[in-house]
Ligand binder design. Structure first.
Ligand SMILES: Nc1ncnc2c1ncn2[C@@H]1O[C@H](COP(=O)(O)OS(=O)(=O)O)[C@@H](OP(=O)(O)O)[C@H]1O
Ligand SMILES: Nc1ncnc2c1ncn2[C@@H]1O[C@H](COP(=O)(O)OP(=O)(O)O)[C@@H](O)[C@H]1O
Length: 326
């Protein structure tokens, strides 16, 4: 793709669209459509419908917090997802190329404009700048490390909203696993942001870079034979998938799940209250997105389980997946 050096396209597999729906059958969450974008056609699926406005009355359609359909002639804000990375322009920067048409069974069923609010440009996370580099082979094998430690190295990647219980579980598990003889270490969002990632904030691109670095560090710890427990919100699916690729087969995604109102009710650091008062912007779950895992290896429902039950369920999982007979 050729682009102006000052105005390169955004690279992403998820984006927001404001669209006008013309289809005879409603647009639905999970449905797939062909998106015509300048000269390209790509398949996209509807990840979320954020808001629906009836074009006749201009009133918000009453579908609760999570609308599931957009009826004909309605205007909606939706989140669309593609399989691979797409190069896109935002409508506000480049109106001519920042718009698209949706097609279903050869019929035009909608048209809209692209916005990236809340979602990162993934360009820097996928760009390699170094060349002429050659990997050095270790002589200590992963098997030798595992034999000595009594368990394989790996990454248990905890993801979830603020207040879901990631740190509580990770810290408790670290102590219990250490007592059992595991080489174990917790990488926690709040701690890592004091050092390695002190130069990063909470913009979508900074969160992506935060998770990119942590994913690489966790993969190195795992290679060194450690069991790494990471406790980051890690709100974007693509970032977690990159962390998975960095660590390979030893990566296990754990969704620490609790509804937003449960997390907000706990509010252990008083941050939700600040976000509601407008003192913190771009707070996950309030005015910044969280993309739940589509197929995590484990779900821990901390809204239903006690801390002890939640710890035990992850502990059982770890013992099944990582322990080896010496
Ligand atoms: N805007 C905003 N949104 C979300 N969280 C915020 C924000 N500002 C500060 N904090 C505090 O930072 C912790 C999240 O850091 P992470 O590194 O895990 O975030 S991310 O993965 O990069 O999204 C998070 O910690 P946890 O509550 O443990 O999740 C908060 O304490
Ligand atoms: N089943 C549970 N698992 C984990 N934490 C729980 C659970 N039930 C209640 N909590 C409480 O929820 C809060 C979670 O906070 P924290 O661990 O800091 O979350 P996070 O790291 O995801 O932001 C703590 O105050 C904890 O005591």
């Amino acid at each position: 793709m050729i682009s102006h050096v000052e105005m390169p396209p955004v690279e992403t597999d998820v984006f927001r669209a404001r669209l006008f729906w013309l289809g005879r059958t409603p647009l639905t969450v999970g449905a797939g459509y062909l998106m015509k974008l300048a000269t390209r056609q790509v398949r996209v699926t509807v990840d979320r419908i954020e808001k629906v406005i009836d074009a006749g009355s201009l009133a918000g359609a009453d579908q609760g917090d999570q609308p599931q359909v957009v009826e004909r002639n309605a205007v909606a804000e939706v989140v669309l997802r593609s399989r691979g990375l797409l190069a896109l322009d935002e409508f506000r920067d480049l109106p001519n190329t920042g718009r698209f048409v949706l097609i279903e069974d050869y019929d035009t069923v909608g048209g809209g404009i692209i916005a990236m609010d809340g979602y990162p440009d993934q360009r820097s996370a996928v760009t390699r700048k170094s060349t002429n580099i050659t990997a050095v082979e270790h002589r200590v094998t992963a098997e030798a490390r595992a034999r000595r430690n009594g368990h394989t190295g790996g990454v248990l990647w905890l993801t979830g909203l603020s207040g879901a219980g990631k740190s509580t579980l990770a810290i408790e598990l670290e102590q219990r696993l250490f007592a059992k003889g595991y080489q174990v270490f917790v990488l926690d969002g709040d701690n890592v942001r004091h050092g390695l990632n002190a130069n990063l904030g909470f913009s979508p691109e900074d969160r992506t870079e935060n998770i990119r670095r942590v994913g690489e560090v966790a993969a190195l710890f795992a290679e060194a034979g450690f069991l790494v427990l990471t406790a980051f919100i890690s709100p974007y699916r693509a970032d977690r998938e990159r962390a998975r690729s960095a660590a390979g087969a030893g990566f296990h995604e754990v969704h620490v799940r609790a509804d937003l109102d449960v997390c907000e009710g706990r509010d252990p650091k008083g941050l939700y209250a600040k976000a509601r008062r407008g003192e913190i912007r771009d707070f996950t779950g309030i005015d910044a997105p969280y993309e739940p895992p589509a197929a995590p290896e484990l779900v821990v429902d901390t809204g239903r389980l006690s801390i002890e039950e939640a710890v035990q369920s992850v502990m059982d999982y770890i013992e099944r997946r990582f322990a080896i007979a010496r």
